[in-house]
Design a protein around this ligand. Structure first.
Ligand SMILES: [Zn+2]
Length: 252
């Protein structure tokens, strides 16, 4: 790896600067996605109270807004993936890099990898479900009866809460990754070892999941850490609520 020219050393500095710039950009973009998702949750709560008051027009407006915001969040996700791979892979050559073209290429790749807005569908579904349940408590959403949809708890977007290999809770994994094909989550080290071992055929280790895993499709996607954080803060809120209640009880 010894560089014989000044240009070689220069490109090392440039790579370092690009990496630190991309990681700053990436984390800004991730905060934006977090904020969008918080806004969507707030809009859901507001829409529920409008629905109670029979103000259907307002509910429709809010739903349209949620759809727009989720589309924006999908765009952000593709941008995050593009930033990530540019930071990881870019090696400046003798010619100046055309960043505009590079970004366009990486965004196109990211879009090709994910099926159309599949990531955000659960949030839209939660919104519609919450509205529907205002006047139809306990009844399935229209259209669900004939469709064979396996839904997790309505509040949680994570498919499995513990790593099937290490047995650790997903919220405690230092390095979580997710399969792009079946959406199951694992401890990175454990799943990489698992995929390397010959006698597993690389089938997803979650019981009953038939997907065959491919190393390049098992990764930490831009939504994963955000969704894990949301679960973490949800369980913290629940724990705080219980704690508050206990304190109150003791004082009484
Ligand atoms: Zn799976």
């Amino acid at each position: 790896m010894a560089s014989t020219s000044g240009a070689g050393a220069g490109s090392g500095v440039a790579t370092g600067r690009i990496r630190s710039q991309t990681s700053a950009l990436y984390s800004d973009n991730q905060s934006l996605i977090r904020e969008i998702r918080k806004a969507v949750a707030t809009m859901k709560d507001i829409a529920v109270s409008f629905e109670r008051d029979e103000r259907t027009e307002m509910v429709k407006d809010l739903e349209a807004g949620v759809i727009q915001l989720l589309a924006a969040s999908d765009e952000c996700m593709h941008l995050s993936e593009a930033i990530q791979s540019i930071g990881d892979e870019l090696e400046p050559g003798p010619e100046p890099t055309n960043f505009k073209r590079k970004f366009d290429e990486e965004i196109a790749k990211s879009k090709a990898r994910s099926s159309s807005n599949a990531q955000n569908q659960p949030l839209l579904r939660q919104f519609r479900e919450a509205i529907w349940h205002v006047h139809h408590a306990g009844q399935p959403l229209p259209g669900d009866e004939q469709e064979d949809i396996v839904m997790t708890s309505t509040q949680c977007n994570l498919l499995n809460m513990t790593c099937p290999l290490s047995g650790k809770p997903v919220t405690e994994l230092a390095d979580p990754v997710r399969s792009m094909d079946c959406k199951h989550i694992y401890d990175k080290k454990a799943i990489m070892q698992y995929m390397k071992s010959k006698n597993t055929r690389g089938q997803c280790p979650v019981a009953g999941c038939p997907k065959i895993l491919k190393a390049q499709r098992v990764l930490c996607d831009p939504f994963l850490l955000i969704e894990i954080d949301e679960v973490r803060s949800m369980s913290k809120q629940n724990a705080d609520a219980i704690e508050d209640f206990t304190t109150f009880d003791e004082e009484d």
